[in-house]
Design a protein. Structure first.
Length: 457
Protein backbone atom coordinates (compact mmCIF):
# COMPACT_ATOMS: atom_id res chain seq x y z
CA UNK A 1 0.00 0.00 0.00
CA UNK A 2 1.29 3.43 -0.87
CA UNK A 3 2.38 5.99 1.68
CA UNK A 4 1.28 9.37 0.33
CA UNK A 5 2.74 12.79 0.93
CA UNK A 6 0.08 15.20 2.15
CA UNK A 7 1.38 17.87 -0.22
CA UNK A 8 0.48 15.81 -3.31
CA UNK A 9 -2.89 15.74 -5.02
CA UNK A 10 -5.10 12.68 -4.39
CA UNK A 11 -4.82 11.56 -8.01
CA UNK A 12 -1.05 11.79 -8.26
CA UNK A 13 -0.58 10.34 -4.77
CA UNK A 14 -2.78 7.36 -5.48
CA UNK A 15 -0.74 6.50 -8.55
CA UNK A 16 2.59 6.43 -6.75
CA UNK A 17 4.18 3.95 -4.41
CA UNK A 18 7.03 4.33 -2.03
CA UNK A 19 10.24 3.65 -3.97
CA UNK A 20 12.67 4.93 -1.42
CA UNK A 21 14.52 2.16 0.41
CA UNK A 22 16.36 2.92 3.62
CA UNK A 23 19.24 1.13 5.23
CA UNK A 24 19.16 -0.72 8.52
CA UNK A 25 15.74 -1.61 9.80
CA UNK A 26 13.76 1.14 8.09
CA UNK A 27 10.39 0.16 6.66
CA UNK A 28 10.31 -0.81 2.98
CA UNK A 29 6.81 -0.73 1.59
CA UNK A 30 5.90 -3.02 -1.33
CA UNK A 31 6.22 -1.51 -4.77
CA UNK A 32 2.98 -3.00 -6.05
CA UNK A 33 -0.41 -3.84 -4.71
CA UNK A 34 -1.19 -5.99 -7.70
CA UNK A 35 0.45 -9.17 -6.39
CA UNK A 36 -1.89 -11.86 -5.22
CA UNK A 37 0.36 -12.68 -2.26
CA UNK A 38 2.37 -9.53 -1.53
CA UNK A 39 5.44 -9.82 0.63
CA UNK A 40 5.18 -8.29 4.11
CA UNK A 41 6.20 -4.59 3.96
CA UNK A 42 9.22 -5.05 6.24
CA UNK A 43 12.83 -6.10 5.86
CA UNK A 44 13.20 -8.17 9.03
CA UNK A 45 11.88 -11.71 9.22
CA UNK A 46 12.13 -14.91 11.23
CA UNK A 47 13.53 -14.70 14.74
CA UNK A 48 14.27 -10.97 14.53
CA UNK A 49 10.68 -10.20 13.56
CA UNK A 50 9.31 -12.49 16.28
CA UNK A 51 11.53 -10.80 18.86
CA UNK A 52 10.35 -7.36 17.74
CA UNK A 53 6.69 -8.40 17.99
CA UNK A 54 7.19 -9.91 21.45
CA UNK A 55 8.93 -6.73 22.63
CA UNK A 56 6.23 -4.32 21.47
CA UNK A 57 3.33 -6.54 22.56
CA UNK A 58 4.93 -6.83 26.01
CA UNK A 59 4.66 -3.06 26.37
CA UNK A 60 0.90 -3.33 25.75
CA UNK A 61 0.73 -6.00 28.45
CA UNK A 62 2.37 -3.58 30.89
CA UNK A 63 0.08 -0.74 29.82
CA UNK A 64 -3.00 -2.87 30.53
CA UNK A 65 -1.59 -4.27 33.77
CA UNK A 66 -1.03 -0.76 35.11
CA UNK A 67 -4.68 0.01 34.47
CA UNK A 68 -5.96 -2.63 36.91
CA UNK A 69 -3.03 -3.22 39.26
CA UNK A 70 -4.29 -0.64 41.76
CA UNK A 71 -7.47 -2.66 42.40
CA UNK A 72 -5.77 -4.82 45.04
CA UNK A 73 -3.19 -2.40 46.46
CA UNK A 74 -5.51 0.45 47.43
CA UNK A 75 -5.54 -0.40 51.17
CA UNK A 76 -1.72 -0.41 51.25
CA UNK A 77 -1.55 2.87 49.32
CA UNK A 78 -3.96 4.52 51.77
CA UNK A 79 -2.03 3.09 54.72
CA UNK A 80 1.27 4.54 53.46
CA UNK A 81 0.16 7.77 51.77
CA UNK A 82 -3.17 8.48 53.52
CA UNK A 83 -5.43 11.13 51.91
CA UNK A 84 -8.11 8.57 51.05
CA UNK A 85 -10.33 11.30 49.57
CA UNK A 86 -7.88 11.39 46.63
CA UNK A 87 -7.96 7.63 46.10
CA UNK A 88 -10.28 7.79 43.03
CA UNK A 89 -7.58 9.70 41.16
CA UNK A 90 -5.12 6.81 41.43
CA UNK A 91 -7.19 4.94 38.85
CA UNK A 92 -8.94 7.77 37.01
CA UNK A 93 -5.71 9.78 36.66
CA UNK A 94 -4.16 6.97 34.60
CA UNK A 95 -7.07 7.04 32.17
CA UNK A 96 -7.07 10.84 32.01
CA UNK A 97 -3.41 10.84 31.00
CA UNK A 98 -4.15 8.51 28.11
CA UNK A 99 -7.37 10.25 27.12
CA UNK A 100 -6.02 13.78 26.86
CA UNK A 101 -3.05 12.56 24.80
CA UNK A 102 -5.12 10.41 22.41
CA UNK A 103 -6.02 13.12 19.90
CA UNK A 104 -2.65 14.94 19.98
CA UNK A 105 -0.87 11.61 19.50
CA UNK A 106 -2.78 11.00 16.26
CA UNK A 107 -1.24 14.10 14.72
CA UNK A 108 2.23 13.43 16.12
CA UNK A 109 2.34 9.81 14.95
CA UNK A 110 0.96 10.88 11.58
CA UNK A 111 3.89 13.24 11.02
CA UNK A 112 7.03 11.95 12.71
CA UNK A 113 9.06 8.73 12.84
CA UNK A 114 6.99 6.11 14.66
CA UNK A 115 9.89 4.19 16.20
CA UNK A 116 11.44 7.30 17.76
CA UNK A 117 8.09 8.42 19.16
CA UNK A 118 7.43 4.95 20.56
CA UNK A 119 10.75 4.93 22.41
CA UNK A 120 10.12 8.44 23.78
CA UNK A 121 6.69 7.37 25.03
CA UNK A 122 8.26 4.31 26.65
CA UNK A 123 10.65 6.59 28.54
CA UNK A 124 7.71 8.75 29.67
CA UNK A 125 5.85 5.63 30.82
CA UNK A 126 8.87 4.50 32.84
CA UNK A 127 9.25 7.98 34.36
CA UNK A 128 5.62 7.93 35.49
CA UNK A 129 6.02 4.43 36.90
CA UNK A 130 9.15 5.48 38.80
CA UNK A 131 7.31 8.46 40.27
CA UNK A 132 4.44 6.21 41.38
CA UNK A 133 6.79 3.69 42.94
CA UNK A 134 8.73 6.34 44.85
CA UNK A 135 5.73 8.56 45.68
CA UNK A 136 6.01 10.07 49.19
CA UNK A 137 2.43 11.37 49.10
CA UNK A 138 -0.80 11.03 47.15
CA UNK A 139 -0.16 14.10 45.00
CA UNK A 140 3.04 12.57 43.59
CA UNK A 141 1.23 9.29 43.05
CA UNK A 142 -1.52 10.98 41.01
CA UNK A 143 0.98 12.97 38.93
CA UNK A 144 2.92 9.77 38.27
CA UNK A 145 -0.26 7.99 37.18
CA UNK A 146 -1.13 10.78 34.74
CA UNK A 147 2.40 10.78 33.29
CA UNK A 148 2.35 6.98 32.97
CA UNK A 149 -1.03 7.20 31.24
CA UNK A 150 0.38 9.62 28.68
CA UNK A 151 3.39 7.40 27.98
CA UNK A 152 1.31 4.23 27.90
CA UNK A 153 -1.13 5.74 25.43
CA UNK A 154 1.75 6.73 23.18
CA UNK A 155 3.18 3.20 23.29
CA UNK A 156 -0.25 1.81 22.41
CA UNK A 157 -0.62 4.07 19.38
CA UNK A 158 2.96 3.36 18.37
CA UNK A 159 2.52 -0.41 18.49
CA UNK A 160 -0.71 -0.28 16.50
CA UNK A 161 0.86 1.99 13.90
CA UNK A 162 4.03 -0.10 13.56
CA UNK A 163 2.21 -3.42 13.26
CA UNK A 164 -0.27 -1.95 10.79
CA UNK A 165 2.54 -0.51 8.66
CA UNK A 166 4.70 -3.65 8.67
CA UNK A 167 2.06 -6.28 7.88
CA UNK A 168 -0.03 -7.12 4.84
CA UNK A 169 -3.80 -6.62 4.72
CA UNK A 170 -4.29 -10.36 5.18
CA UNK A 171 -2.00 -10.88 8.17
CA UNK A 172 -2.75 -7.55 9.88
CA UNK A 173 -5.87 -8.68 11.84
CA UNK A 174 -3.94 -11.62 13.27
CA UNK A 175 -1.15 -9.40 14.57
CA UNK A 176 -3.62 -6.84 15.89
CA UNK A 177 -5.37 -9.65 17.77
CA UNK A 178 -2.14 -10.13 19.72
CA UNK A 179 -2.59 -6.61 21.02
CA UNK A 180 -6.14 -7.40 22.09
CA UNK A 181 -5.11 -10.60 23.81
CA UNK A 182 -2.19 -8.95 25.60
CA UNK A 183 -4.42 -6.09 26.75
CA UNK A 184 -7.03 -8.56 28.02
CA UNK A 185 -4.38 -10.65 29.74
CA UNK A 186 -2.86 -7.56 31.35
CA UNK A 187 -6.25 -6.47 32.65
CA UNK A 188 -6.71 -9.90 34.23
CA UNK A 189 -3.28 -10.33 35.83
CA UNK A 190 -2.98 -6.72 37.02
CA UNK A 191 -4.85 -7.24 40.32
CA UNK A 192 -3.05 -10.57 40.83
CA UNK A 193 0.38 -9.00 40.42
CA UNK A 194 -0.57 -6.06 42.63
CA UNK A 195 -1.88 -8.35 45.35
CA UNK A 196 1.24 -10.53 45.21
CA UNK A 197 3.60 -7.58 45.61
CA UNK A 198 1.46 -6.06 48.37
CA UNK A 199 1.44 -9.34 50.31
CA UNK A 200 5.03 -10.52 49.85
CA UNK A 201 7.09 -7.39 49.16
CA UNK A 202 5.74 -3.86 48.71
CA UNK A 203 3.07 -2.38 46.48
CA UNK A 204 5.71 -0.06 45.03
CA UNK A 205 7.23 -2.94 43.05
CA UNK A 206 3.99 -3.16 41.11
CA UNK A 207 5.14 0.04 39.37
CA UNK A 208 8.89 -0.62 39.33
CA UNK A 209 8.20 -3.83 37.39
CA UNK A 210 7.38 -1.75 34.30
CA UNK A 211 10.86 -0.24 34.28
CA UNK A 212 12.56 -3.63 34.62
CA UNK A 213 10.65 -5.23 31.73
CA UNK A 214 11.03 -2.31 29.32
CA UNK A 215 14.72 -1.99 30.16
CA UNK A 216 15.22 -5.66 29.28
CA UNK A 217 13.74 -5.07 25.81
CA UNK A 218 15.64 -1.82 25.17
CA UNK A 219 18.17 -3.41 22.74
CA UNK A 220 15.27 -4.73 20.66
CA UNK A 221 13.60 -1.32 20.54
CA UNK A 222 16.83 0.40 19.52
CA UNK A 223 18.44 -2.04 17.09
CA UNK A 224 15.82 -4.50 15.78
CA UNK A 225 12.39 -2.86 15.75
CA UNK A 226 11.59 -1.46 12.26
CA UNK A 227 10.89 2.20 11.63
CA UNK A 228 8.06 3.88 9.75
CA UNK A 229 8.08 7.37 8.27
CA UNK A 230 4.48 8.48 7.55
CA UNK A 231 5.64 11.63 5.73
CA UNK A 232 8.99 10.83 4.06
CA UNK A 233 10.78 13.82 2.60
CA UNK A 234 8.76 16.36 4.56
CA UNK A 235 10.91 18.81 6.52
CA UNK A 236 10.57 19.01 10.30
CA UNK A 237 9.72 22.71 10.05
CA UNK A 238 6.85 21.92 7.69
CA UNK A 239 5.62 19.18 10.00
CA UNK A 240 5.58 21.58 12.94
CA UNK A 241 3.60 24.09 10.88
CA UNK A 242 0.97 21.45 10.13
CA UNK A 243 0.58 20.56 13.82
CA UNK A 244 -2.43 22.27 15.43
CA UNK A 245 -1.11 23.57 18.76
CA UNK A 246 -4.22 25.56 19.69
CA UNK A 247 -6.54 22.66 18.91
CA UNK A 248 -4.37 20.34 20.99
CA UNK A 249 -4.44 22.72 23.96
CA UNK A 250 -8.20 23.14 23.77
CA UNK A 251 -8.89 19.40 23.46
CA UNK A 252 -6.60 18.56 26.40
CA UNK A 253 -8.06 21.28 28.62
CA UNK A 254 -11.65 20.44 27.73
CA UNK A 255 -11.30 16.71 28.32
CA UNK A 256 -9.39 17.17 31.57
CA UNK A 257 -11.94 19.62 32.97
CA UNK A 258 -14.84 17.41 31.91
CA UNK A 259 -13.50 14.35 33.67
CA UNK A 260 -12.64 16.39 36.77
CA UNK A 261 -16.21 17.70 36.90
CA UNK A 262 -17.59 14.16 36.88
CA UNK A 263 -15.19 12.94 39.56
CA UNK A 264 -15.59 15.91 41.84
CA UNK A 265 -19.31 15.17 41.65
CA UNK A 266 -18.85 12.26 44.04
CA UNK A 267 -17.33 9.31 42.23
CA UNK A 268 -15.21 6.71 44.00
CA UNK A 269 -13.15 3.89 42.58
CA UNK A 270 -15.67 1.35 41.25
CA UNK A 271 -16.29 -2.00 42.86
CA UNK A 272 -14.10 -4.90 41.87
CA UNK A 273 -14.66 -5.26 38.15
CA UNK A 274 -15.14 -8.56 36.32
CA UNK A 275 -12.14 -10.01 34.51
CA UNK A 276 -12.54 -9.88 30.76
CA UNK A 277 -11.50 -12.86 28.71
CA UNK A 278 -8.67 -12.54 26.19
CA UNK A 279 -9.91 -11.13 22.93
CA UNK A 280 -9.42 -13.58 20.07
CA UNK A 281 -11.77 -11.89 17.60
CA UNK A 282 -9.01 -10.22 15.58
CA UNK A 283 -7.57 -13.60 14.63
CA UNK A 284 -10.94 -14.69 13.21
CA UNK A 285 -11.56 -11.60 11.10
CA UNK A 286 -9.56 -12.86 8.09
CA UNK A 287 -11.76 -15.98 8.07
CA UNK A 288 -15.03 -14.10 8.66
CA UNK A 289 -14.29 -10.64 7.22
CA UNK A 290 -17.89 -9.35 7.26
CA UNK A 291 -17.56 -6.99 10.21
CA UNK A 292 -21.18 -5.87 10.72
CA UNK A 293 -22.27 -9.20 12.33
CA UNK A 294 -19.41 -8.93 14.85
CA UNK A 295 -20.73 -5.58 16.04
CA UNK A 296 -24.36 -6.69 16.18
CA UNK A 297 -23.53 -9.87 18.10
CA UNK A 298 -21.22 -8.08 20.51
CA UNK A 299 -23.70 -5.30 21.25
CA UNK A 300 -26.45 -7.86 21.86
CA UNK A 301 -24.25 -9.71 24.36
CA UNK A 302 -23.54 -6.46 26.20
CA UNK A 303 -27.24 -5.57 26.38
CA UNK A 304 -28.17 -9.02 27.70
CA UNK A 305 -25.41 -8.98 30.31
CA UNK A 306 -26.33 -5.46 31.41
CA UNK A 307 -29.90 -6.61 32.06
CA UNK A 308 -28.74 -9.73 33.89
CA UNK A 309 -26.27 -7.85 36.12
CA UNK A 310 -28.98 -5.30 36.84
CA UNK A 311 -30.93 -8.15 38.48
CA UNK A 312 -28.10 -9.49 40.67
CA UNK A 313 -28.81 -9.72 44.42
CA UNK A 314 -27.11 -11.10 47.53
CA UNK A 315 -28.43 -14.60 46.78
CA UNK A 316 -27.08 -14.75 43.22
CA UNK A 317 -24.69 -17.66 42.67
CA UNK A 318 -21.06 -17.24 41.67
CA UNK A 319 -21.65 -19.37 38.57
CA UNK A 320 -24.29 -16.90 37.37
CA UNK A 321 -21.95 -13.94 37.83
CA UNK A 322 -18.89 -15.60 36.29
CA UNK A 323 -20.90 -16.94 33.36
CA UNK A 324 -22.24 -13.54 32.40
CA UNK A 325 -18.80 -11.99 32.93
CA UNK A 326 -17.48 -14.34 30.25
CA UNK A 327 -20.39 -13.46 27.95
CA UNK A 328 -19.82 -9.76 28.60
CA UNK A 329 -16.13 -10.13 27.78
CA UNK A 330 -17.03 -11.99 24.59
CA UNK A 331 -19.39 -9.21 23.55
CA UNK A 332 -16.82 -6.52 24.24
CA UNK A 333 -14.14 -8.48 22.41
CA UNK A 334 -16.30 -8.75 19.29
CA UNK A 335 -15.80 -5.10 18.48
CA UNK A 336 -13.51 -3.45 21.03
CA UNK A 337 -10.27 -4.67 19.45
CA UNK A 338 -11.78 -5.67 16.11
CA UNK A 339 -12.44 -2.00 15.45
CA UNK A 340 -8.72 -1.45 14.83
CA UNK A 341 -8.61 -4.17 12.20
CA UNK A 342 -11.74 -2.79 10.56
CA UNK A 343 -10.61 0.83 10.40
CA UNK A 344 -7.14 -0.12 9.15
CA UNK A 345 -8.80 -2.18 6.44
CA UNK A 346 -10.85 0.70 5.05
CA UNK A 347 -8.52 3.72 5.29
CA UNK A 348 -5.45 4.71 3.32
CA UNK A 349 -1.98 4.04 4.71
CA UNK A 350 -1.21 7.75 4.99
CA UNK A 351 -4.15 8.17 7.40
CA UNK A 352 -3.29 5.12 9.47
CA UNK A 353 -2.04 6.96 12.57
CA UNK A 354 -5.13 9.17 12.57
CA UNK A 355 -7.46 6.18 12.36
CA UNK A 356 -5.66 4.30 15.13
CA UNK A 357 -5.62 7.30 17.46
CA UNK A 358 -9.27 8.11 16.79
CA UNK A 359 -10.27 4.56 17.72
CA UNK A 360 -8.10 4.70 20.84
CA UNK A 361 -9.56 8.07 21.80
CA UNK A 362 -13.09 6.69 21.53
CA UNK A 363 -12.20 3.68 23.68
CA UNK A 364 -10.42 5.71 26.35
CA UNK A 365 -13.25 8.24 26.41
CA UNK A 366 -15.77 5.46 26.92
CA UNK A 367 -13.69 3.81 29.65
CA UNK A 368 -13.01 7.08 31.48
CA UNK A 369 -16.57 8.39 31.31
CA UNK A 370 -17.96 4.93 32.06
CA UNK A 371 -15.79 4.54 35.17
CA UNK A 372 -16.59 8.04 36.36
CA UNK A 373 -20.35 7.94 35.75
CA UNK A 374 -20.91 4.40 37.02
CA UNK A 375 -18.70 5.13 40.02
CA UNK A 376 -20.64 8.31 40.76
CA UNK A 377 -23.99 6.50 40.49
CA UNK A 378 -22.78 3.65 42.70
CA UNK A 379 -21.19 5.85 45.38
CA UNK A 380 -23.88 8.51 45.60
CA UNK A 381 -26.71 5.96 45.66
CA UNK A 382 -24.99 3.86 48.32
CA UNK A 383 -24.13 6.86 50.52
CA UNK A 384 -27.67 8.18 50.35
CA UNK A 385 -29.09 4.82 51.49
CA UNK A 386 -26.37 3.96 54.03
CA UNK A 387 -26.53 7.20 56.02
CA UNK A 388 -29.90 6.35 57.65
CA UNK A 389 -28.71 2.79 58.39
CA UNK A 390 -25.39 3.91 59.90
CA UNK A 391 -25.98 7.41 61.28
CA UNK A 392 -22.95 7.28 63.57
CA UNK A 393 -20.45 6.38 60.83
CA UNK A 394 -18.78 9.40 59.14
CA UNK A 395 -19.00 9.77 55.37
CA UNK A 396 -15.27 9.34 54.82
CA UNK A 397 -15.38 5.93 56.50
CA UNK A 398 -18.37 4.91 54.39
CA UNK A 399 -16.58 6.06 51.24
CA UNK A 400 -13.48 4.09 52.20
CA UNK A 401 -15.60 0.97 52.72
CA UNK A 402 -17.34 1.41 49.35
CA UNK A 403 -14.02 1.90 47.56
CA UNK A 404 -12.57 -1.30 49.03
CA UNK A 405 -10.05 0.46 51.26
CA UNK A 406 -11.69 -0.71 54.51
CA UNK A 407 -12.11 -4.45 54.14
CA UNK A 408 -12.89 -5.08 57.84
CA UNK A 409 -15.84 -2.69 57.89
CA UNK A 410 -18.63 -5.26 57.43
CA UNK A 411 -17.18 -7.68 59.99
CA UNK A 412 -17.90 -5.27 62.83
CA UNK A 413 -21.62 -4.96 62.05
CA UNK A 414 -24.36 -7.12 63.57
CA UNK A 415 -26.06 -9.64 61.27
CA UNK A 416 -29.20 -7.60 60.64
CA UNK A 417 -27.32 -4.40 59.82
CA UNK A 418 -24.82 -6.29 57.68
CA UNK A 419 -27.60 -7.80 55.55
CA UNK A 420 -29.23 -4.39 55.13
CA UNK A 421 -25.92 -2.82 54.10
CA UNK A 422 -25.26 -5.59 51.57
CA UNK A 423 -28.71 -5.08 50.05
CA UNK A 424 -28.01 -1.37 49.67
CA UNK A 425 -24.67 -2.07 48.00
CA UNK A 426 -26.25 -4.56 45.60
CA UNK A 427 -29.02 -2.13 44.65
CA UNK A 428 -26.39 0.53 44.00
CA UNK A 429 -24.49 -1.85 41.73
CA UNK A 430 -27.73 -2.65 39.91
CA UNK A 431 -28.26 1.02 39.14
CA UNK A 432 -24.70 1.39 37.88
CA UNK A 433 -25.35 -1.32 35.28
CA UNK A 434 -28.07 0.79 33.70
CA UNK A 435 -25.15 2.44 31.88
CA UNK A 436 -24.20 -0.96 30.44
CA UNK A 437 -27.77 -1.53 29.27
CA UNK A 438 -27.82 1.87 27.60
CA UNK A 439 -24.46 1.27 25.91
CA UNK A 440 -25.60 -2.09 24.55
CA UNK A 441 -28.85 -0.68 23.18
CA UNK A 442 -27.15 2.30 21.53
CA UNK A 443 -24.49 0.01 20.05
CA UNK A 444 -27.13 -2.23 18.48
CA UNK A 445 -28.80 0.74 16.82
CA UNK A 446 -25.46 2.14 15.63
CA UNK A 447 -24.33 -1.27 14.33
CA UNK A 448 -27.48 -1.58 12.24
CA UNK A 449 -26.30 1.38 10.15
CA UNK A 450 -22.92 -0.18 9.31
CA UNK A 451 -22.40 -1.31 5.74
CA UNK A 452 -22.52 -5.07 5.31
CA UNK A 453 -19.19 -5.38 3.51
CA UNK A 454 -15.92 -7.22 3.88
CA UNK A 455 -12.58 -5.83 4.93
CA UNK A 456 -9.68 -5.96 2.54
CA UNK A 457 -7.86 -9.27 3.03
Amino acid sequence: MAVQDSSQSPVSSASKTLEETKEGTDLNLPQSEQNESPLPPRNIHGFRWTLAVVAVVSSILLYATDNTIVATIQPQIIEDLEEQELLPWVSVGYMIGGLVFALPSSKVFGLFDTKSLYIICGIIFCAGSALCGAAPNMACMIIGRIVAGIGGNGMYVGVLTLLAATTTDKERPTYLSLIGMSYGLGSIVGPIIGGAFASHATWRWGFYLNIVVLAAFTPVYLFIMPTFQPRPGMRVVDKLKVYDNLGTLLSVAGLFCGVMAINFGGTMYPWKSGQIIALFVGALLPTYPLYKPWYLFGATCILICGVMFNRVNTMTSDAYIYGFQVLLGTGIGCYLQAGYAVILGVIEMKDMAYGVSFMLFAQLLGITVGLSVSGAVFTNTALRELRPLLPDVPDNQLQAALSGAAGEFLKHLDDTTREAVLRVIMLSINKAFVLCITAGAVSIVASAFLRNKKMRT
